[in-house]
Design a protein around this ligand. Structure first.
Ligand code: SF4
Length: 362
């Protein structure tokens, strides 16, 4: 299935599990995450692109991108990199797609690798950073340090290639403070996009053994949501696009019980955004000096209605439980920018001020 980043941005994913990865991170089972066991051939990449393009609407203003996910793309033999990139590059040259991105490790970035990627039209490199704390990196078996991240990020930027970061919370030795530190370090490198993943215990990983022996305790869902909410606000306040929070549900993960432990939820991002919207409504009530009320009316941009009411109505339940609210009314307000809520009235008393997500403290 083609992934949509937005209605006008389509991703054609090509998964390259274990490709050239020189390490074995404690949490990783690439085959399970990508749902694929072998590296695609050049013909298969070509076929994937052709098939996916056939399903994308033929309208103007649509951005189509081939994304090489998984593994460690720039660690593999340059000849194989070229082979895999060739069909994507041809599609780029012909105007069938508008961009190509790859994911890789920070210590697999050099002038030579970037020269190769640039010559094949790669416009985004996503670095699997995971943490900027060297102890966490070491205990997670990453095989690189925070210095590698700083060096790789600077090199990628010097080539004029867009920079993406992937970070992970709840790794061995990690704390929320370390996650906040990691986010501040990432922000200081001015990336173009970020992905945040809570660490999960997957089958057939070293983390599964550590967990079994009681040497690793994963975050619970609530801890992960609270931490990711803080990180999301930090990145948003710095003007950085967080394009994903939480592992994508795949059939392997949902159906085969491959997540042994950890904060997995198929709608994880919605839980995080629900928590942020709840804080916003709390702030609206605080500003209005309201501790309890029966009826509250809030104006909400259309796209934020569901997170304001909460995943499965969880915010409605929360305000009923904590503030006695029996009527939690959300009114669609197309004039409001996303992330802004306006208090209309409380028990018939009119207000009219707003709280934006930017006003929440991280
Ligand atoms: S570097 Fe990436 S692909 Fe390799 S083991 Fe770690 S997470 Fe998995």
């Amino acid at each position: 299935m083609v992934k949509t980043m937005s209605k006008s941005h389509y991703i054609i994913p090509v998964f390259v599990p274990d490709l050239g990865c020189p390490h074995q991170c404690v949490f990783c089972n690439q085959k399970m995450i990508t749902g694929q066991v072998s590296c695609p051939t050049q013909e298969e990449v070509q076929l994937t692109i052709t098939d996916y393009l056939g399903t994308i609407p033929r309208e103007t203003g649509i951005f189509k991108e081939v994304a090489f996910y998984g593994g460690s793309f720039t660690s593999v033999d340059p000849l194989l990199q070229k082979e895999l990139l060739t069909p994507a590059y041809k599609a780029l040259k012909s105007g069938a797609i508008e961009g190509i991105r790859v994911s890789t490790r920070p210590d697999s970035i050099s002038e030579e690798t970037l020269a190769l990627l640039a010559s094949y039209g790669v416009s985004i490199v996503e670095l699997g950073v995971q943490s900027m704390d060297d102890e966490v990196l070491c205990r997670s078996g990453r095989g690189h340090t925070s210095r590698d991240v700083l060096r790789a990020a600077a090199l990628i930027k010097s080539w004029g290639i867009d920079l993406g970061f992937q970070m992970m919370i709840g790794l061995p030795g990690d704390t929320e403070e370390k996650d906040i530190f990691t986010a501040s370090e990432l922000i200081s490198m001015k990336p173009d996009l970020v992905r945040i993943y809570p660490c999960l215990v997957l089958k057939n990983t070293r983390l599964a053994d550590l967990h079994k022996n009681g040497d690793y305790i994963p975050l619970n869902l609530e801890q992960a949501v609270v931490c990711c909410k803080r990180l999301l606000l930090m990145f948003e306040n710095a003007g950085i696009n967080v394009i994903r929070i939480g592992l994508q549900p795949s059939e392997q993960i949902n159906l085969q019980g491959d997540v042994l432990a950890g904060p997995y939820h198929p709608a994880f991002r919605e839980l995080v955004e629900t928590a942020a919207a709840r804080d916003q409504v709390e702030l609206l009530l605080k500003k209005a000096g309201v501790k309890s009320a029966k009826l509250i009316e809030i104006a909400v941009p259309e796209q934020d209605i569901s997170i304001t009411r909460g995943h499965k109505g969880s915010n409605i339940e929360y305000f009923s439980r904590n503030h006695g609210v029996t009527d939690f009314v959300t009114v669609t307000a197309p004039e409001l920018p996303r992330g802004t809520l306006k208090l209309i009235s409380v028990d018939g008393r009119e207000y009219g001020f707003t709280v934006s997500r930017k006003e929440l403290s991280c």
